[in-house]
Design a binder for this molecule. Structure first.
Ligand code: SF4
Length: 405
């Protein structure tokens, strides 16, 4: 299933197309001092490995601009310079060879400065993001609209576009971020109704995990599902690699980017669980974190119901009687000691990724694996009965409560 995306103009940030039907790109931002060239490059490489398409670095001082001149040629992904208050830093970043700029209209307000940057960017064919931010809105607009409103943020973006148009610059993308999710959603909706420049989505200052993740996902995915948004950034108070991972996971789960990493599913655990499902699932998550294996893999708490509940997964493991029962596309394939469950998943996933599920199944005696699974399933049923969660007892109690009232 797919949903229609809003048509936007296309720009290029270095080699990455943004808008105009291009795949939605993932952005993040380094948290190093940009003058620390090696430290910043290390972070950029980690971000690229986690799925980030475009990285932004702060350019707040001359040493940062000088750092960018060394970073840009060695970066595996396009680099955008984030400009704060000094328009001259934007000119310096362009000189350093950056692939894009981000200007905050609330911070650089003099029309002649905005236009000077736009003219230089135009001559170098470098795009600029108009990055309106709820927290630093131009006070005049704040006053005009009686506070921070979606209308005020949209007007701020439109004012900036008008300055750019005066000097024939239209390599533009826009963001109207706020930390308040409904406000941010409304601002982007209004903006997308009045412009066809590509939009960069984000919930600003979303905060630490897991709250930040939830806020950002709520805002970004609401808009993506309406077809709005061409590039995204999670602004988390966390290692930026988490931002890139979150971005990729969100796009993969919405079917907006091809799956590159494991989709790990796990049962919620219940009275039948033979292992600590949370612990094993977390270990599996870590084991697969940086492996580019686009399979759905299941960690299930018991062999009684696990293989059936996760029969759609490419690969799974279910616990029973201190053993792990591996299954591929619902078929039992092998039994391993409980302590080796995660390692076995990694081995099988790697094989399936390289050779396919059929080849993986063909190399083992599935009848033997099924017999072993049946043995443990029956042993567990004997030990815990067929009502391990005591649901029937609860149902009896519920009926008593209802009938006595
Ligand atoms: S029945 Fe088994 S697989 Fe299903 S939730 Fe309980 S422990 Fe997990």
């Amino acid at each position: 299933m797919s949903f229609e995306r809003r048509q936007t103009k296309q720009i290029h940030v270095g080699k990455v197309p943004v808008g105009g039907g291009a795949p939605i790109s993932i952005q993040s931002m380094t948290i190093t001092k940009t003058a620390d060239v090696e430290g910043t490059l290390q972070q950029i490489y980690a971000l690229a490995a986690a799925g980030c398409d475009i990285v932004r670095c702060t350019c707040n001082e001359i040493e940062a601009a000088e750092g960018l001149a060394q970073i840009v040629p060695r970066s595996p992904v396009p680099i955008i310079a984030d400009i704060h208050h000094q328009y001259k830093m934007a000119l310096a970043a362009l000189e350093a060879g950056v692939h894009g700029l981000r200007l905050n209209p609330g911070n650089i307000r003099k029309p002649e400065h905005i236009k000077a940057v736009a003219m230089e960017a135009r001559d170098r064919n470098v795009p600029i993001r108009i990055g309106v931010n709820g927290g630093s809105l131009d006070p005049a607009l704040y006053e005009k609209h009686g506070g921070l409103t979606a209308e005020a943020m949209v007007e701020s973006a439109l004012q900036e576009i008008a300055y750019f148009q005066e000097v024939d610059f239209d390599l533009i993308k826009i963001s109207v971020k706020a930390s308040n999710v409904p406000l941010m959603v409304e601002a982007y909706r209004q903006l997308s109704a009045v412009t066809d420049y590509p939009l960069h989505l984000g919930v600003t200052e979303a905060g630490p995990l897991p709250n930040g993740l939830i806020k950002a996902t709520a805002g970004i995915s609401t808009l993506l599902l309406e077809g709005i948004g061409d590039t995204i950034r999670y602004s988390l108070t966390a290692d930026p690699v988490e931002e890139a991972r979150a971005g990729r996971q969100l796009l993969e789960s919405l079917g907006l980017r091809e799956r590159k990493n494991v989709d790990l599913i796990a049962c919620p655990s219940c009275g039948r669980a033979e292992i600590d499902v949370i612990e094993v699932a977390n270990r599996a998550m870590r084991a697969f974190e940086d492996k580019k294996i686009p399979l759905q893999i299941a960690v299930m708490g018991c062999v009684v119901n696990g293989p059936g509940e996760a029969r759609e997964a490419d690969l799974g493991i279910a616990a029973g009687n201190k053993r792990g029962h591996l299954f591929v596309k619902g078929r039992n394939v092998a039994v391993v000691p409980e302590s080796e469950m995660v390692e076995a998943l990694v081995d099988w996933a790697t094989f399936i990724h390289e050779h396919g599920a059929e080849a993986a199944i063909a190399r083992v005696d599935t009848a033997l694996a099924e017999r072993e699974a049946a043995k443990d399933r029956n042993a567990l049923l004997e030990e815990k009965g067929d009502d391990a969660n005591h649901s029937n007892e609860k149902i009896v109690e519920i009926r008593k409560t209802i009938s006595s009232n």
